[in-house]
Design a protein around this ligand. Structure first.
Ligand code: XMP
Length: 526
């Protein structure tokens, strides 16, 4: 299997390599660097210098780690990186490692420093040369460590000290090797991104070459290069932002040699399938195939109540339907997929991390389909995908679409799924979405949706006793879906939604609002 853009990514553009020692903020370091306009990639900490060199990095960052450098099993990187002539910045554990490996001394501190800590700049050059620090001699930073550098290695100087006089930043200017005890990547280190920028621009000499336009140009050229003059590419569209951006890139790169397949499983929200079909038909030059598989999915799901079983069935049905259609299209060499960077990392292919959630693989297509893969978004974070989508002219309805699970409404109907329940949930969900939108809150929320519970309760409608289902409303605020807070929606809004749902959908007996954050809850109910 070929991995698009990974085969030869070193030649694409200026790049910084982050060696990931398993720190909780490694992904955040990558985001900050990209936000600064520099492309970067996370590699496992034990990647050999030979392999790192192939990426032709402009700089290397050593991340934090839960380990201590004095542990017997402490992770360390190929020591050849220190002699490679590439600038290095160690963050927290990364700094301790540099200090220990190059002849300094690291000890367990007399007191641990966790959280916001003040530090004073001893030498501005080069990490604190930013205008941000012009009038600052004392700054605040986020620390999370127990170890400290007692003695800097030969050739190093101290650049900053904490208020307890422990070493907060070190540097060997001649060899361009630096370390900071604090976390410049986190929000709680004001000026942290300025430190990163000085490393990127002053020390590594990076330019701000990473932009959505440069990405589109690269990706289009690369697709043409990989696919060649004659081959065809098939692409599964879901209506979501990732697969849509892939489609619009393919459209620019190979126009009518792309074939798009939209498997309509009937589990999308009200009117959503019709909207995406219209958009794709109007905007894409390649052949667009709409497979109406609603009945097939309903039949396969009949009587199934267990959430993971629902996911498994939907994943398997999707593959079956897609495969049949794609293989019937004749000679197609490539499959384009909207795999994005967090999927690559979370599936463990980069850092050896465990698979975090099985549901990230739902809808993924198996290798035995026999296509070579084109995955132009493998390097992008979700917000970068949106920026690229905007650059390609995707409409706001797709770009601002809330994250939607691959198994769709199937995991928002608790218990078994029927056509009637689907209709009811779609109506309730549409009312909730409409009112949130009208209240001007849609962009503040990460996700907001209705759930059809399997609880029936007693109510009174008109003068009659009514016995019907409970609809639960869920709205959350989140950065990345890993954690989420329940949204404090205005009571007036909730009341309006409740009145409309119970009034417009006769069967619904009651509406409740979910006030559980994640953890301990999850965003979806199943
Ligand atoms: P949870 O419920 O685990 O959801 O807090 C986190 C994020 O993942 C989405 N989600 C899914 N996405 N297939 C998907 O593609 C799934 O099976 C699935 N389950 C949950 C969820 O909507 C939220 O954004």
């Amino acid at each position: 299997m070929k991995h698009f853009l990974n085969e030869d990514s070193s030649s694409i553009r200026e790049k910084v390599v982050i060696l990931d020692f398993g720190g909780q903020y490694s992904m955040l370091i990558a985001r900050r660097i990209r936000e600064a306009g520099v492309f970067c990639e996370l590699l496992p900490y034990d990647t050999s210098w030979l392999e790192i060199e192939e990426h032709q990095p402009a700089g290397i960052i050593l991340s934090g780690s839960p380990a201590s450098v004095n542990d017997i099993s402490a992770p360390y990187c190929d020591p050849a990186i220190y002699r490679g002539g590439v600038p290095i910045l160690g963050i927290c554990y990364g700094m301790h490692l540099i200090a220990r490996e190059l002849g300094g001394e690291v000890v367990k501190g007399s007191r641990s420093e966790f959280g916001r800590t003040a530090f004073k700049i001893v030498d501005r050059e080069p990490l604190f040369e930013d205008d941000y620090f012009l009038d600052e001699t004392s700054c605040c930073a986020w620390m999370s460590h127990q170890d400290e550098v007692l003695e800097v290695p030969p050739g190093f100087g101290v650049l900053a000290l904490t208020e307890n006089n422990t070493i907060a930043a070190i540097g060997d200017k001649e060899n361009k090797i630096y370390g900071v005890q604090f976390h410049p990547e986190v929000f709680h280190t004001p000026g942290g991104t300025n430190v990163l920028k000085r490393f990127l621009f002053n020390v590594c000499g990076c330019s701000q070459s990473w932009t959505p336009r440069s990405f589109v140009n690269d990706a289009v050229a690369k697709i043409r290069d990989v696919v060649g003059e004659n081959e065809k590419v098939v692409c599964a569209l879901s209506g979501g932002v990732d697969s849509s951006v892939v489609a619009f890139l393919l459209d620019q790169a190979i126009a009518d040699r792309a074939i798009y397949i939209f498997v309509d499983h009937g589990l999308l929200r009200l009117d959503e399938a019709a909207q995406v079909i219209k958009l794709y038909r109007e905007r894409l030059k390649g052949q667009f195939i709409h497979v109406d598989a609603k009945k097939m999915f309903l039949a396969a799901l009949a009587g199934v109540t267990e959430p993971e079983e629902k996911r498994r069935i939907i994943g398997a049905e999707f593959i079956k339907v897609f495969k049949d259609k794609a293989l019937s299209m004749g000679d197609i060499a490539y499959l384009a997929q909207g795999t994005i960077y967090p999927d690559v990392i979370e599936s463990g292919t980069v850092s050896g991390a465990a698979i975090i959630k099985s549901h990230h693989n739902v809808g993924g297509l198996p290798e035995e389909l026999g296509f070579d893969l084109v995955e132009p978004l493998r390097e992008l974070f979700k917000d970068e995908v949106r920026l690229v989508g905007a650059e390609l002219g995707l409409p706001g309805s797709i770009l601002k679409r809330q994250p939607f699970p691959g198994p769709g409404l199937a995991v928002r109907i608790i218990g078994d799924i029927t056509a009637e329940k689907l209709t009811l949930l779609k109506q309730a969900d549409a009312i909730f979405r409409e009112e949130v939108y009208n209240a001007g809150l849609s962009e503040e929320l990460w996700q907001y949706f209705a759930v059809l519970t399997d609880v029936k309760v007693v109510g009174v409608k008109g003068d009659d006793r009514h016995y019907g289902p409970v609809i639960a409303l869920r709205a959350v605020i989140s950065e990345d879906a890993m954690t989420a807070d329940w949204a404090r929606l205005p009571h007036d809004l909730l009341e309006k939604v409740s009145v409309r749902i119970t009034g417009e959908i006769p069967d619904v007996a009651r509406v409740v609002y979910d006030i559980t954050s994640k953890p301990p809850g999850t965003i979806e109910w199943e």
